[in-house]
Design a protein around this ligand. Structure first.
Ligand SMILES: Cc1cc2nc3c(=O)[nH]c(=O)nc-3n(C[C@H](O)[C@H](O)[C@H](O)COP(=O)(O)OP(=O)(O)OC[C@H]3O[C@@H](n4cnc5c(N)ncnc54)[C@H](O)[C@@H]3O)c2cc1C
Length: 390
């Protein structure tokens, strides 16, 4: 693996860093802090500023208006965005989950209809895969899509759909052939959230956020909105999941949070002594610095593989699991270091580190989004170590 930055890539990193130093203003951070947890990473205005610089379609081929840059550019961009915890929630499902599979599997008409507005940050997408009886075992979904003339008629219930209440479209998986073999019976659809028959109901999460139940009752979706061949949705959906999982943004955000924690310890005192003089605090900070550097190397491995034209298999699972398993212990450690004030939320007067540790602590209770740690372990055992299915 060689991920050294050549001069051109280093110049791009510096350009992004300089832009972010101006664009991520105290006002923007205040706006983020005032949002509820699930929306705290969301700003259409900021996304449009990135779009204006051509950074939402940086790696797309030129024929679709993209910058045709290698994936290493996207990794560099994501790392810089993560370092300042820039809001990416409005556009990132569209740019990473939707655009890349569209380029790979979509029709020409779909590409010209959806790619330009995605590149301009005009569209927000919500993933709608999970169902009450199908989460880890996603291939067991029941939502039906039945062909009727030029449309499909959809019926079913999707749960845990994070963006559905503000998304323009759902990126949705449904059964198109109930009699076909497992994994060969599904299709991916782009569903306009304003279509009659779509009902979106919010569900509160422990970290003051929101996910959604999405009820689909006789929802007519044009057949033109099916992405990829009928019954090959599993392939489309899985390419989506691989694209999303390098985790570069989140590792950089953890490293930035750790740097802020070190700064806090440099200035804060406990029982008349600087926190940094406490041996257990010093040891803890050093151990977390090592952990996040290891996570960064795992992220870079995924990006490097993709930049070489390889489809990562088990590597995103290794990265994702390592990151997830560290989240809660890190939040616990940081809460201990901050003391009682660490429990203050974003926006509360006197909240250290802008309340981000409290938010992280609550968010770290949720280890399920994007696939649970147990499922990642199964994948690593099967595909990575070649162990038999248990
Ligand atoms: C905050 C949040 C946001 C989410 N956002 C979205 C979204 O936007 N769109 C979307 O479609 N989905 C979303 N999800 C759903 C997420 O993908 C599922 O929660 C996840 O896939 C697990 O499915 P489940 O909740 O049905 O749990 P289950 O699959 O019922 O699992 C329950 C428990 O059993 C374990 N388990 C299950 N099968 C096995 C096995 N074979 N071996 C070992 N252990 C196993 C699991 O690890 C878990 O601990 C979100 C979830 C959360 C919590």
């Amino acid at each position: 693996m060689d991920i050294a930055l050549d001069p051109e890539l280093a110049a791009f990193r510096d350009e992004v860093a300089a832009f972010l130093a101006d664009a991520v203003t105290p006002e923007l951070l205040e706006e983020m802090d005032a949002q509820e947890a699930a929306e705290s990473n969301w700003s259409p205005t900021f996304s449009r500023e990135l779009a204006a610089r051509g950074w939402l379609n940086l790696t797309w081929p030129r024929e679709y208006g993209g910058g045709a840059k290698p994936l290493t550019y996207l990794a560099v961009l994501n790392e810089q965005l993560g370092r300042v915890q820039a809001p990416i929630g409005w556009h990132n499902i569209a740019t990473e989950w939707v655009a890349m599979p569209l380029i790979r599997f979509g029709t020409d008409a779909q590409k010209s209809r959806f790619l330009p507005p995605i590149a301009r940050a005009e569209l927000c997408f919500g993933p709608a895969f999970t169902e009450p009886e199908a989460g880890s075992d996603l291939a067991s979904i029941k939502t039906r899509a039945v062909r009727d003339g030029d449309d499909y008629v959809l019926n079913g219930l999707k749960v845990f759909s994070t963006e559905a209440h503000r998304a323009n479209y759902l990126w949705l998986l449904a059964v198109t052939d109930p009699d076909a073999q497992r994994h060969r019976n599904l299709s991916v659809f782009i569903v306009d959230t304003t279509t009659p028959g779509v009902t979106i109901k919010g569900v509160r999460t422990i970290n003051h956020g929101r996910v959604n139940d999405v009820y689909l009752e006789e929802v007519r979706v044009p057949a033109d909105n099916r992405v990829g061949p009928e019954n090959e949705g599993w392939r489309v959906a899985m390419s989506t999941l691989n694209i999303e999982r390098s985790g570069m943004y989140y590792v950089a955000a953890s490293q930035a949070l750790l740097r802020d924690l070190v700064e806090f310890c440099r200035h804060a005192e406990r029982r008349g002594r600087p926190l940094l003089a406490d041996q257990s605090v010093r040891r803890g900070l050093a151990a977390w610095a090592v952990e996040f550097e290891a996570q960064r190397a795992l992220s870079q491995r995924v990006v490097w593989m993709q930049s070489q034209g390889h489809e990562p298999s088990v590597e995103p699972s290794v990265q994702s699991m390592r990151m997830r398993m560290a989240q809660h212990p890190f939040a616990n450690f940081a809460l201990d270091v901050l003391g009682l004030a660490g429990q203050l939320s974003p926006g509360d007067a006197g909240a250290p580190l802008r309340g981000r540790i409290e938010r992280l602590y609550l968010a770290s209770c949720s280890q399920h989004s994007g696939g649970t740690t147990e499922i990642q372990k199964n994948l690593i055992a099967l595909r990575g170590l070649g162990l038999p299915r248990s």
